[in-house]
Structure formats: C-alpha cells, structure tokens
Design a protein around this ligand. Structure first.
Ligand code: HEM
Length: 231
C-alpha cells in the first residue's frame, strides 16, 4: 500500500481524488454564490453564508477542504517536476498537437494561476470573515429576526467599487474553466473509470461542466460591474 502511494500512479490517483473533491466543493460554492444575483436585497445570500458559517458539518468539512487543496497542489508540483526530470528535452511542437489539447499541456500553469487568484480571493472574503478584528470589521444585519454577518455587503461592495477586482474574478473563472476542461475527465481516467467509449463522453462532459463553472463564476462580478444590482 505504501509503495502504491509513493509511486507515480499512486500520486496521480490521490491527485485525481483530491481534484474530484475540489470539484464537488466548487459546485456547492457556485450554487451558493449565485444567490448573490438572484436577490438584490442580499437576504438569500446572507442566509446561505450564515448557514455555511454556523453548520457543524461544514465546520468539519472546512479543514478537510484545506487538506484537499494542499494535497492537490503538492502532488501536482511533485508530479510535474518528476515528469520534467524524466523528459528534459521538450517534445517538438508538432508532436504535441492532435488530441493533446492546449489545456492538458498547461495544467500546472493553469493551476498556478488559479492558485494566485485563490490567494487574493481568500484575502478579500475569507480572511475578513474569519479575522474581522485584523481586517475591515464585518457589518451585521438581521434576516427574519436572526442577527448575522452581512456577507452580501462585503462581496457586493468589492465588486461595485472595483473594476480591477471584477476583471480579476472574471479571469479567475476563465482560468478555472480551462483547468477543468482537462482536469475533469483526466481525474476519472486516473481513478480507472474510463474506457474508449467513456473517454469520449467524459471529455464532452468535461467541456460542458467547465463552461458552466466558468460562466457561473464570471457572471457574478459582471452582474455587479454592469450595475444590475444598483449602486
Ligand atoms: C464570483 C466568484 C466568487 C465569489 C463571489 C466567492 C465568494 C466567497 C466568499 C464570500 C467566501 C467566504 C465564505 C466564508 O468563509 O463564509 C469564499 C470562500 C472561499 N472561496 Fe470563493 N468565491 C468565488 C469564487 C471562487 C473560486 C473560483 C474558487 C476556487 C478556485 C473559490 C474558492 C474558495 C475557497 C477555497 C474558500 C474558503 C472556503 C472556506 O473554508 O470557507 N471561490 N468565497
């Protein structure tokens, strides 16, 4: 077992499992974030954010999510370095074409860009929510008689006041989509769930999924940037 985990195949397996776990997180995160644009009063999003912040199950999932991210980044780095050492001379460009698409050849770069986006993103929101005393204190609001943090105000003020951040979040969504175009089906292949027929289906599904995630995350800053939420 320990041999498997230290082998390249074992590392790829765990990399893929952590990737699928992060994909599940992204689906929940996007669904919750879309509440931002379905209710301009912010009540719906605040109720959702308050539920996520106070639910005991989510509190258990949070550190697991952090471990998932760390595992994914560390294993991707190790495998990329190992691959480069094993193949010091790059293939000629003509050998890289065909079904080996641009995103699959640049997974590490795409992942690194998403990571930079994530660092800025966590500083914008997560940091301010978790450590309000160190950053800008969070405003409070009351929804249906329940007092809670005004997370809607935190997110909407950033997008309403900064075109730069809106563009950064749009780019983040696009790069995340490109990363998933390959990552989604490749993860299934690495865990052994892929034959000739399923590979084609999963490749197609990956493109649709990546498109939905990219458009979903981009639409939120765009909504605020274009003034649909008012001033
Ligand atoms: C329009 C785009 C996005 C918005 C408005 C948004 C909003 C938020 C907010 C408000 C939080 C803080 C939640 C809390 O701690 O209560 C958060 C946390 C987080 N976001 Fe996003 N997010 C967006 C895109 C993304 C993307 C694309 C990723 C992944 C690449 C991502 C990954 C995370 C992670 C990992 C956390 C920390 C989760 C936790 O431990 O609670 N977000 N986001």
């Amino acid at each position: 077992m320990s041999n498997f985990l230290t082998s390249s195949i074992g590392k790829k397996f765990i990399l893929s499992l952590s990737g699928l776990f992060l994909i599940a997180f992204l689906c929940v995160h996007l669904a919750l974030n879309l509440l931002l644009i379905f209710d301009n009063s912010g009540d719906l999003f605040n109720i959702g954010a308050h539920f996520m912040a106070t639910n005991p199950i989510i509190k258990i999932v949070e550190p697991i999510l952090a471990i998932g991210f760390i595992l994914h980044i560390v294993l991707a780095s190790i495998l990329t370095i190992q691959n480069q050492k094993a193949r010091p001379i790059k293939y000629a460009r003509r050998n890289q074409g065909g079904n080996c698409e641009w995103s699959s050849r640049n997974m590490y770069i795409l992942g690194a860009v998403v990571l930079i986006f994530l660092a800025v993103h966590l500083y914008n929101f997560w940091w301010n929510i978790k450590f309000p005393t160190l950053g800008t204190p969070l405003a409070e609001t009351t929804v249906d008689g329940v007092a809670m943090e005004d997370t809607y105000l935190l997110v909407s003020s950033l997008f309403k006041t900064s075109v730069v951040y809106c563009l950064l979040y749009i780019l983040g969504g696009i790069f995340l989509g490109l990363h998933l175009t390959h990552g989604f089906w490749s993860a299934f292949q690495s865990i052994g769930f892929c034959n000739q027929i399923w590979r084609k289906r999963l490749e197609c599904l990956a493109k649709i999924f990546a498109f939905i995630i990219a458009v979903g995350f981009c639409i939120i800053p765009l909504y605020f940037m274009l003034g649909f939420a008012g001033n």
